[in-house]
Design a protein around this ligand. Sequence first.
Ligand SMILES: [Zn+2]
Length: 245
Amino acid sequence: MPVIANYNKLVEPVNHEPQLINLNGLRIHISTDSSDHKRDEKLEAIRHATELISQRVPNAYNIFRQLGILEVYFGENVLCEACWFPEQHDGTRFMFLGNKMMFLTNKLLPHQDPISGIGTAAGRGLCDQLYDDKRMSHFNFRRWKLGKDQYQATKRNTKMTAIVVHEFGHIFHEFNAQANFWLLKGDITNHFVMDDALASQVSFYVRGSNYLEFVAEVFTGLVHGKQYSMDVRGAYLYWGGMIVQ
Ligand SMILES: [Zn+2]
């Protein structure tokens, strides 16, 4: 279970940064392990994610303020996830960001990593879809103008930001509709399994799971300006997804 894996990280020696960092109203406190944890790039992804959310979510600044201090943990072999310690509404909010978020392509096996999507087929997780959207044809002048390194960096940064937005999708869901969120979080038998037709409109990754990941994935898409059908938007709001303009 990812929660236990990440929880174990917390009992290992960690390096705490003394200062709080304020990003668009969000106050974060960073801890790291002793690995190559890519602090600056991940911090930049969080900053970019809070900017995108601020542009799309009404009253985002106040919501970020009300979240209190978000504990952020950077490590190399850490699963990307938002979680609460203890696992309840008033638990401390954590965001774990591992180095997998920086991989250019998704080579993971099914069910290995909920963040990066599944397989290589079309309609992968939202973060990979947004990465794919940044791909440009070899014949695209803009690609050559960017240069190879910058082109790769643009795709990587897009995916990293999308992963952070996805995690904020969970945090905003819990903030907005805690009863629904914890109902779905405790639904380990997938009683509220998603409708397959609905899932396939959003991402391959949410198929066969309950609406918890659906809400985070749709949030990620909406924040990035994706359009969804009435059915998808209706289910998103029904389960407590935050309004995104
Ligand atoms: Zn998720």
